[in-house]
Design a protein around this ligand. Structure first.
Ligand code: PGA
Ligand code: ZN
Length: 410
């Protein structure tokens, strides 16, 4: 079905920062929409967001990205068949011509790429997950609920960016939501009773000041029990350290306390945590260039834990390939805006799949109301989805869409 029009306009993300939404119109009257989320702890190898600079919006305006959609991108895609996502995404890459999508903007490209997928699915009368995954889509992901926020996502004193509940004992997505929601509310009550802050960070998790990061895990175990579930059986724990933020020369220096660690000490620290708490996953335990360290920690802990590469891989097949060759990590975080098009995202997932790496589809800390990543997770049979706390509209947009998919379809 032919594309007859394409445009973009400015919206605001969940942090109140400008971003863009693209709209594609097809000859049969179908309209598709797509938008660009935005990270705070972004990897150096991500597709580049095009921002205007200057005084307005602290330099974060997206006027140039919007002009690129309304000008050269529109020109290039008019008349193309929206059903051929691969061809569209190839055209976008060609037109951009840079290795990191910096010319037209990764934010412009991902919004357009999603809008085309949305329009094509609607025009075919299909659900987005069905359109993207075909007959192979058959599994709902297990949610990873980020319920304590630290690092760059909150101005508290926690160094680790994300502490998550993972209801891996749930029999259905509905049950997983119930567990996550009950544990989240129990955690709020416990923190509040202890006189700790229940104000939330960027992804809807609580952001208290604690003496040590480890105490967040202790509160979480208590919350699981208080909600009537079994830690380690019904509900497990996961971390995203976002340790690229701490990389400092050969070693690491935590951003808030200034504490220094060598790679070996970091691995020891995670080893000890895994012995004390029902952890099933650690994301970015080390820096984004530390492939060797990732190999080492995967050797040491990978039989029992998911070692997840986010800033390490940036949803980039070439970087994943490098990791596969070394045995660095055993799972990958998938963020479509890290690579810039829907087709490249799916190619990276396929490479991970062929090599038995677990797949976690993920939101960004700055989000829109789009639920497209929920459909992507179902389309690629991702084991997990990470979309923040079971609170705040932009996080629930993803989880509620999965409830709908389970209700209506499975
Ligand atoms: P970001 O955080 O969206 O700020 O990059 C999410 C993550 O690190 O997984
Ligand atoms: Zn991460």
């Amino acid at each position: 079905m032919k594309i007859i029009d394409l445009c973009a306009h400015q919206i605001f993300d969940s942090r109140g920062v400008p971003t863009l939404e693209a709209r594609v119109a097809l000859k049969d009257g179908t309209v598709g929409v797509g938008s660009a989320p935005s990270g705070a702890s972004t990897g150096s190898h991500e597709a580049r967001e095009l921002r205007d600079g200057g005084d307005a919006y602290q330099g974060k305006g997206v006027g140039r990205a919007i002009e690129n959609v309304n000008g050269p991108i529109r020109e290039a895609l008019l008349g193309m068949d929206a059903a051929l996502q691969g061809r569209i995404d190839d055209r976008l890459q060609e037109l951009d011509g840079s290795a990191d999508k910096s010319r037209l903007g990764g934010n412009a490209l991902i919004a357009v790429s999603w809008a085309v997928a949305d329009a094509a699915a609607r025009s075919a009368g299909m659900e987005l997950y069905q359109w993207l995954g075909g007959a192979q889509a058959r599994q709902l992901p297990c949610p990873m609920f980020n319920v304590v926020n630290g690092g760059r996502h909150a101005n508290n004193n926690l160094e680790i960016q994300e502490f998550m509940f993972v209801p891996s004992g749930a029999d259905s997505f509905h049950e997983a939501m119930r567990m996550g929601s009950e544990c989240y509310h129990a955690l709020r009550r416990l923190l509040s009773e202890a006189g700790l802050s229940t104000a939330v960070g960027d992804e809807g998790g609580f952001a208290p000041n604690l003496e040590r990061d480890e105490q967040a895990l202790e509160w979480m175990v208590r919350a699981i029990e208080a909600a009537g579930w079994k830690p380690g059986e019904d509900v497990c724990l996961a971390l995203d350290c976002a340790a690229a933020e701490w990389a400092d020369g050969e070693g690491y220096r935590q951003s808030k306390s200034g504490a220094r660690f060598q790679r070996g000490e970091m691995i020891e620290f995670y080893h000890a945590l895994a012995g004390r708490y029902p952890l099933i996953s650690i994301e970015d335990p080390l820096g984004e260039e530390d492939f060797e360290g990732f190999r080492e920690i995967t050797d040491a802990l990978g039989d029992d834990l998911m070692i997840v590469g986010d800033d390490l891989f940036t949803t980039n097949a070439e970087r994943l390939f490098r990791g596969l060759a070394l045995g660095a990590a055993n799972a990958i975080l998938i963020k479509p805006n890290q690579i810039g098009t829907v087709s490249e995202t799916i190619e990276t997932v396929q490479l991970a799949r062929r090599n038995a790496y677990a797949v976690i589809v993920s939101h960004r800390s700055g989000e829109t109301l789009s639920s497209a990543i929920a459909d992507l997770a179902v389309a690629v049979n991702a084991e997990y989805i990470k979309a923040g706390a079971p609170a705040r509209g932009e996080r629930l947009a993803k989880y509620n869409r999965l409830l709908e998919i389970e209700d209506r379809i499975f």
